[in-house]
Design a binder for this molecule. Structure first.
Ligand code: SAH
Length: 256
């Protein structure tokens, strides 16, 4: 029986991967990778059979069961099986389903962490998620629920945290703004959006909850994006450089 490694590929840029992940990819016999993983990262697996699994917006549960089965089958045939996931495997990546299925089948699993999108987006903004005196708590949250899952009150967790990073929500900016204001957040709460963090097509924007829905229409986000919410993104809070940069890009977005 081989070992299945759940490996974080990082947020996009191929050099934002851990040495452990790169080493495992080089030694891998077979790699099952997400759609969002950069081709140069997959190319590190020089000797492996490479198989694309999962849709961009997360696999359906039947597809997930199929992935689980393929991982178990692969572990019976190969020594090093890599399941390569965008960002960090343990955040919004269906890792638990795969870990449970593999353990039930008696397959050894090992997890290699990666740089999650929230951290890559913060690097792009140059704004600390926990700016001293402004924020002491961060929540990673998504409004997205799987088929048959109960909708939890994700907006309440955002309102309760100092800073929030919202995943898988860029296409529902209007609903996000409405839900957060319904949860009691002020209309002028600052919002930042980072698309394609760490990648060449990176864009970042700033707005507030009140303007998020209309601004998002102009931005026409097409790549993966996170919505960041909290006082740390208030202009007075930002260093001058960041403020100017964000403003420029917003102006450009509004022109297009
Ligand atoms: N496990 C991943 C998240 C998977 S969910 C991680 O740790 O990052 C997919 C969501 O991640 C996307 O809908 C988007 O919200 C976010 N995302 C992924 N790559 C991104 C990137 N390069 N820039 C901004 N957001 C990204």
């Amino acid at each position: 029986m081989g070992i299945v490694y759940l490996v974080g590929a990082g947020p996009g840029a191929p050099d934002l991967i851990t040495l452990r992940a790169a080493d495992l990819l080089r030694r891998a016999d077979i790699v099952f990778h997400d759609a969002l993983v950069h081709p140069d990262t997959i190319a590190l697996a020089v000797n492996a059979e490479k198989i694309a699994v999962g849709k961009r917006c997360g696999a359906h549960s039947t597809a997930q069961r199929f992935i689980n089965k393929r991982l178990i089958d692969a572990a019976a045939r190969f020594d090093i099986v890599v399941r390569l996931k965008g960002g960090d495997p343990m955040l919004f990546g269906r890792a638990q389903e795969e870990i449970s299925a593999l353990r039930e089948a008696g397959v050894e699993v090992s997890v290699v962490p990666g740089v999650t999108s929230a951290l890559a987006a913060s690097a792009e903004l140059g704004v600390s998620l926990t700016r001293r005196g402004v924020s002491r708590s961060v929540v990673f949250v998504t409004p997205r629920v799987g088929a048959g899952e109960e909708a939890v009150n994700w907006a309440k967790s955002v309102a309760a945290a100092d800073t929030a990073v919202i995943y898988m929500a860029a296409s529902q900016a209007a609903q996000v703004a409405t839900a957060l204001q319904a949860a009691g957040m002020a209309a002028d709460t600052p919002v930042a959006v980072v698309e394609n963090a760490s990648l060449r097509g990176m864009r970042r924007f700033e707005t507030c909850l009140h303007h998020l829905a209309t601004d998002a229409v102009h931005w026409r986000l097409s790549g993966p994006a996170v919505i960041l919410v909290g006082e740390v993104y208030r202009r007075d809070c930002l260093a001058v450089d960041n403020t100017c940069h964000a403003r420029d890009e917003r102006a450009i977005a509004n022109l297009s």
